[in-house]
Design a protein around this ligand. Sequence first.
Ligand SMILES: Nc1nc2c(ncn2[C@@H]2O[C@H](COP(=O)(O)OP(=O)(O)O)[C@@H](O)[C@H]2O)c(=O)[nH]1
Ligand SMILES: [Mg+2]
Length: 436
Amino acid sequence: MNFLIRGSLHRHGEGCRTVPLAGHVGFDSLPDQLVNKSVSQGFCFNILCVGETGLGKSTLMDTLFNTKFEGEPATHTQPGVQLRSNTYDLQESNVGLKLTIVSTVGFGDQINKEDSYKPIVEFIDAQFEAYLQEELKIRRVLHAYHDSRIHACLYFIAPTGHSLKSLDLVTMKKLDSKVNIIPIIAKSDAISKSELTKFKIKITSELVSNGVQIYQFPTDDESVAEINGTMNAHLPFAVIGSTEELKIGNKMMKARQYPWGTVQVENEAHCDFVKLREMLIRVNMEDLREQTHSRHYELYRRCKLEEMGFQDTDPDSKPFSLQETYEAKRNEFLGELQKKEEEMRQMFVQRVKEKEAELKEAEKELHEKFDRLKKLHQDEKKKLEDKKKSLDDEVNAFKQRKTAAELLQSQSSQAGGSQTLKRDKEKKNNPWLCTE
Ligand SMILES: Nc1nc2c(ncn2[C@@H]2O[C@H](COP(=O)(O)OP(=O)(O)O)[C@@H](O)[C@H]2O)c(=O)[nH]1
Ligand SMILES: [Mg+2]
């Protein structure tokens, strides 16, 4: 038995030779080793559900994973968009899955929806950032790290039958370079079959004309190329969610019952729920994880490291050492700091000058006011003094007049007294003289 291997000897430009093996070596069990290791470590998968409140996000998750995840229904009165994240340990056969479901709360409920996409973008970036920080640590434990990066974003479209809302287009456009978007038409039992066909075409053309990149199921792996190719043509999947089991024939099935009939969730003639479950979980879960790491995270990491000043090569196409990058960034940072300091100093001096001028102006005004008041006071004082003087003069004149009057009065009374005396004398001499 001959085994052929490609021996890759990357030593100083040596090529690789193909050499035959004389017997069984054992590395053909590598795939099994990998599987066993992965199974024992367990898997992790993170889904983000974006869609307006009440579009059936929680119900669909329960239906997809055949369980009841706890959680209160969200109200429509949230002041902004938030993200609610829950992690669950699931087990199927001997495979463990750490599943994280992140759901938007309050999406589409505000009057102004301009910034609705921001908390979602920030959340996705925060998970990338946490992973990058772990990668950059000196002592990193990536195998034990709980990877919270979003692997699939289910975007819930309302079954209006018209076209996408601008909120949907804007949000998907902001997310498409960060996450694998799988658009789905929610509550598709609310739309007729012919309307649905037209709606799907309309949505696809709107996504294309707005340049929104949605996740395409991969067709490069032969084993899944056919099914994935067919399923790509069915996007966006029209789904129905229900955790209610009804007896149909002699089987219990997940369905929604209406006065006019029953919709079976897992009946492919009724909706695309099975297609979504197959594509998302059974066929492409690993590709979604892989794409997240190799495409979306890689892009985030590249932009972030470039932003931090890291480069692979210098302007002469020579590899940049980490030390040089660090030095260059440090110098750039110090330069910027100095510039900022200088700017602040200049600004401070300018402010002080302005304040000084303001104070001088105020002082001048105060002086002028003081002078004005002083003059006013002096004028007033002079007027009062004049008045006092004229009053004093009047008082003196009055006193003089009074004295003169008194003198006159006393003189006249003296004159009156001497005549009475004369008359008394005459009366004594002549008692018959009548004076009255
Ligand atoms: N007609 C219809 N109703 C659904 C469907 N999925 C969920 N609902 C109902 O829609 C309401 C809101 O569902 P919920 O999962 O809480 O929505 P969420 O706010 O997006 O998580 C509930 O009354 C569900 O029973 C569906 O596919 N079709
Ligand atoms: Mg919910």
